[in-house]
Design a protein around this ligand. Structure first.
Ligand code: HEC
Length: 178
């Protein structure tokens, strides 16, 4: 009896530790706000999220506060038999959700060194293999220095104003500028 009770205690403790260790981003779909989606000609779809406090700052025309999290969730579009992608209402239909997310976190300070770049599995926090950080993330995002290092800043402003998730289509593949 005592052994069973102890076993149960250990089980509950184990579960609790397991949950406590879950990455802070595990629940990003509820904790962050989805403000934009970009469909690209190569069949990749990117949902872009930001922390609610940061959105509040944008509405008040303030800079993004330290602690701001911006996240990209990548999906692949459903292919057609003719080498294109299936669309509905002008936008791609999703076939799969890629396991890793790309994350930028605003740190204290100014300029391009005030962001942390990460590529990870959101539930466990496991890093995406083969990605060098900040590496080319920083190189490329530097081009958006005047807009808080975010390429989708215009979409963020428009979302802050209208509350409508901004959908766009980009004719460039990969992450080339649209
Ligand atoms: C070659 C350029 C390029 C590289 C390299 C790159 N990005 Fe981006 N990133 C973009 C573009 C462009 C967008 C806007 C979404 C789109 O157009 O598909 C974007 C969007 C983002 C966003 C959403 C905020 C924003 O800027 O719109 C985050 C977060 C992000 N990237 C993180 C990363 C991380 C982390 C890495 C490295 C692992 C990375 N990026 C590498 C070009 C790049």
């Amino acid at each position: 009896m005592l052994r069973q009770a102890l076993g149960l205690v250990f089980l509950i403790f184990g579960l609790w530790v397991g949950l406590a260790q879950e990455s802070a981003l595990a629940d990003y779909k509820n904790r962050l706000v989805h403000y934009a989606t970009v469909d690209r000609i190569d069949g990749f779809i990117r949902d872009i999220y930001i922390s609610p406090e940061a959105l509040q700052a944008v509405r008040q025309r303030k800079p993004l506060p330290p602690g701001t999290v911006v996240l990209v969730d990548l999906h692949q579009a459903k292919p057609t038999s003719r080498g294109g992608f299936v669309r509905e209402g002008g936008f791609f239909v999703r076939a799969s959700d890629e396991p890793y997310v790309h994350v930028m976190t605003r740190l204290e300070g100014e300029g391009s060194s005030s962001w942390r770049f990460e590529a990870l599995e959101p539930r466990t926090g496991a890093p995406e293999p083969g990605v060098e950080l900040p590496g080319d993330c920083l190189e490329c995002h530097r081009a958006a220095l005047t807009t808080e290092m975010l390429f989708s800043y215009p979409q963020l402003l428009e979302f802050a104003r209208s509350g409508q998730v901004q959908r766009s289509f980009c004719k460039q593949p990969g992450r080339q500028l649209c």
